[in-house]
Ligand binder design. Structure first.
Ligand SMILES: Nc1ncnc2c1ncn2[C@@H]1O[C@H](COP(=O)(O)OP(=O)(O)OP(=O)(O)O)[C@@H](O)[C@H]1O
Ligand code: SF4
Ligand SMILES: [Mg+2]
Length: 350
């Protein structure tokens, strides 16, 4: 995918955004059993018009929550969401609903976002009519036909129900429906992870075409870097609610800077049969987000951790080669250098 001109202002921006969820309800909450999951912890991210940004990390690290925050399907606990320069953090009700047509979400499980009793025609017509209520039926049909053509489905699909479609076809319908409102920003939340290899390829090239031809900006969520590699010029790596590295995708793949990114890239290489070097594999499972480790959340699994990592939260900082990382150290050829100036690191963890 081509990089758009970043001289334009971002289409969407998260500024130090956080989201916590209460996990206890009913009686357990009333007797003091309330606990909070810090799903997203002061994340900042920008997506420019027509740009495609990847978001990767292990299951439960907060990718979907951050995506939902960006399109205001969730309200942040702290921080701001800006869309096209407007602060939409506290928008609600009709104002937010009307505005949301600029942003859409494509889910992993297309079936769950389609009503099983609605034909493809009515599923897409609903979105077209909500967006353009002034259109008369022949023009609505014209729009639907053009959308089907765009996503590579034959006209005969119009009368079919979701249950009569393959997983790849259902995903095409949900993409057509998302495009019906002419969005400027789409969060694609693992849109190919439930598809077989050939459908995955087709859906990825369809999304690449949409991005290129319609100039739609994307946040592309995935578990691994392979899918974002061909789709995204930039990628953010998340670990337990925090963005730990934000870099050019090729740069991240070739020379990951944060120890967690390095572990992710190594585990990717270790799945290749030709790989000879001994990979550094992540030890243990990710910690519980209910009781995240102090200081740097990654310290119990990091081979470079020292005392300050356990005590001090690393804040985002820009490295000499222009990426943003949350780590107290710089690394050269995988070797840890002296810690960066402690005066840049403001926050102590108990
Ligand atoms: N509505 C909610 N109520 C309570 N906890 C939630 C809610 N939504 C998400 N969480 C918790 O927030 C954390 C982040 O969840 P999220 O779904 O954003 O992760 P993810 O990175 O998308 O995971 P996956 O890769 O499995 O989709 C998890 O611990 C999850 O259990
Ligand atoms: S801050 Fe410390 S524990 Fe965290 S990634 Fe860097 S070296 Fe590892
Ligand atoms: Mg998710």
């Amino acid at each position: 995918m081509n990089d758009p001109s970043t001289s334009l202002p971002p289409i969407v921006e998260a500024v130090e955004v956080s989201k916590s969820f209460s996990t206890a309800t009913g009686l357990s909450a009333r007797v003091g059993g309330r606990k909070f999951v810090q799903a997203v912890d002061r994340c900042s991210l920008r997506v420019f018009p027509g740009q495609s940004v990847g978001l990767i990390g292990e299951s439960g690290c907060g990718k979907s929550t951050l995506g939902r925050l960006l399109i205001r399907l969730e309200t942040p606990t702290a921080g701001d969401i800006l869309f096209d320069g407007r602060n939409i953090t506290r928008w609600r009700g009709t104002r937010l609903r009307r505005f949301r047509r600029h942003m859409q979400m494509i889910f992993q499980d297309a079936a769950s976002s389609l009503n099983p009793r609605n034909t493809v025609e009515s599923a897409i017509a609903e979105a077209v009519c909500a967006h353009r209520p002034e259109l008369e039926r022949p023009r609505v049909l014209g729009h639907i036909t053009a959308l089907l053509d765009m996503v590579g489905l034959p006209l005969a699909t119009l009368d079919r129900l979701p249950g009569e479609l393959s997983a790849g076809e259902k995903q095409r319908v949900s993409i057509a429906r998302a495009l019906a409102v002419e969005p400027r920003f789409i969060v694609a939340d693992e849109p190919v992870s439930s598809l077989d290899r050939s459908s995955e390829e087709q859906i990825l090239s369809l999304l690449a075409t949409v991005q290129r031809e319609l100039n739609v900006a994307f946040l592309f969520i995935a578990h691994d870097v392979e899918t974002v590699r061909r789709m995204c010029s930039l990628v953010a790596v998340m670990y337990l609610g925090r963005i730990v590295e934000w870099a050019d995708t090729q740069q991240l793949i070739a020379t990951p800077a944060h120890p967690y990114s390095r572990a992710l890239m190594m585990s990717r290489l270790s799945t290749r049969p030709s790989q000879k070097t001994r990979p550094f594999l992540l030890q243990g499972d990710p910690p519980s987000p209910l009781e995240p480790p102090s200081g740097c959340h990654f310290h119990p699994r990091c081979p470079h951790a020292d005392i300050q990592c356990r005590k001090i939260v690393p804040l985002p900082r820009t490295t000499a080669d222009g990426r943003i990382i949350r780590c107290h150290f710089d690394f050269v050829d995988g070797q840890r250098m002296a810690p960066v100036e402690v005066s840049d690191i403001l926050e102590l963890d108990s």
